[in-house]
Design a binder for this molecule. Sequence first.
Ligand SMILES: [Zn+2]
Length: 281
Amino acid sequence: MPDLWLPGAERHPLSDAAPTDTEYAPRVIWHITWDKNGTAAAPVDLVPFDQLVRYFTGGGSGTAPHLLWDPFTGRTAQFYPANSRSKSVVDNAGGTRTNRTGRVCLQVETLFFPYCRVNGRSYATVRDTPAKGLDKILTWARSWGVPDAWPMGSPTWSANRSEHTWETQGGHYAHGQVPENQHTDPGPMPKWPTAGPAPKPGPPPFPGRSAFGPGKSNASILLLGQQLVRRGFGKHYRVGPTRDWGEADRLNVRDFQLAQKWSGSDADGFPGPQTWARLFG
Ligand SMILES: [Zn+2]
């Protein structure tokens, strides 16, 4: 199972964790804390992170999210494990479920309000912030199967809601896109940083020439054969590659070597380090 707690988040577990409706696709709901209202002409200092932590673990626990996220410092605090519902959206009795919908339904309260002031500069939207630590939250969400998409479009300040989309598609939702809710947060969000390329496994080490040849049987022969097939040089196999060296292995290796424009002893059908490197490279 992926991590129940975002790695690096400060943990403040609330005692009333409860399961989600796991038959629905996994998702994230984004909010801003919207503590105050600044304007372009009169920005207001951002509220301290710890004040919000006290709120969500105290008087505001009835609307606690999974995560509180400070996009200026990257600091995060977590109140419910990933497999619990949290409570930041309205869920009317009966009707569409909201806080519980999804294999996970991760809710993030971004510490933000329009025209908040941080270090002497004011910010109109979350999109304008440094969005520090967003990559970690997205990596965590992806580990729970949440796709990077916004099924109802990337957020704006106006709300739009579709129960059908909500119930049928995983991904990222704005609070303003959740059925039964009146809020319009979080407003424009940063473009998602793309997932880094998965680390490419290096080629397996060459096991040595003595691993191959008549009478030999080992895992390297099987690996060799499977890679030959993968690269399109498997036509001499009748039953597919095995651990046992056979003439089909030699002929397939030879075809591969000839395709490299090698000749003579370089194309004798027995793999050396060059053949191995080229085949797995
Ligand atoms: Zn909200």
